[in-house]
Design a protein. Structure first.
Length: 248
């Protein structure tokens, strides 16, 4: 019933997309960037400053996430989006997204620096804030870096996959279900297609692929994954190992 064997928890199409996505990111960003990155965890080692829920505390967290993702935080500006803000309605490029976004990315212009917007309520949710910041900084890496176009159909899912590729996948994977529930509870008509966040189960496979690519047979960081993610990671990792042995 629960599929604890070696059955792959994702569809073949999902598996192919993740595998191709890792290949695309390796071409765009360099495979060594994935191999050498630290897997960022919700621990004092990675976030040594006590988080106090203030804008100052958020800014410190933001600079740390920038550093872990290889982004120059000095070229970016962070701003809070008031809860219930209609800012997205003013921007045609975000017309496909939720009316109540958790985060926004505004690319650099001649007169303005790149701006990352974060919903104000996330001040009370540091784990959700890190996940959202990682996703928006993924836009900085892929869009501002000239690697992808916003018009690409899978730009948003690729942005989430980039957070795994760059070591922030524990946060974005754990947050994927929470954001989905939050949006549905507020009747925002959430859909993965529109928002771009990967489903939990696909994150589980992506994290297993990430570990496999890095040669991590039993990574200690899986202890920080949610129960469902641990199951999907374990199933995926078992399947990947069996496939590699079959192919010899």
């Amino acid at each position: 019933m629960f599929g604890f064997g070696s059955k792959l928890p994702v569809t073949e199409d999902e598996r192919d997309w993740v595998d191709e996505g890792f290949a695309r990111l390796s071409t765009m960003l360099g495979r060594r960037r994935m191999l050498d990155c630290a897997v960022v965890l919700p621990t004092d080692e990675f976030f040594p400053d006590a988080y106090d829920g203030t804008e100052s505390g958020l800014d410190k967290m933001f600079r740390q996430v920038c550093r872990y993702m290889g982004v120059d935080g000095g070229t970016l500006e962070l701003s809070l989006i008031p809860d219930g803000s209609e800012i997205a309605d003013l921007l045609p490029e975000y017309s496909h997204a939720s009316r109540d976004p958790a985060g926004l990315h505004f690319g650099r212009t001649v007169d303005e620096p790149t701006l990352i917007g974060l919903k104000a309520c996330l001040l009370k949710d540091p784990l959700g804030a890190v996940a959202t910041l990682a996703h928006e900084l993924g836009h900085v890496v892929l869009l501002d870096g000239g690697h992808m176009s916003r018009d690409l159909e899978d730009m948003e899912p690729m942005t989430d996959l980039a957070t795994v590729f760059l070591g922030l996948g524990v946060f974005t994977a754990n947050a994927s279900r929470r954001f989905k529930q939050f949006q549905e509870d507020r009747r925002q008509g959430w859909s993965t297609k529109h928002q771009g966040y990967l489903p939990e189960v696909v994150f589980g496979y992506a994290l297993a692929r990430f570990a496999k690519e890095r040669g991590e047979a039993k990574p200690a960081w899986t202890q920080y994954l949610s129960t469902n993610l641990k199951t999907w990671f374990r199933q995926s990792a078992t399947w990947l190992e069996r496939e590699s042995q079959t192919r010899g």
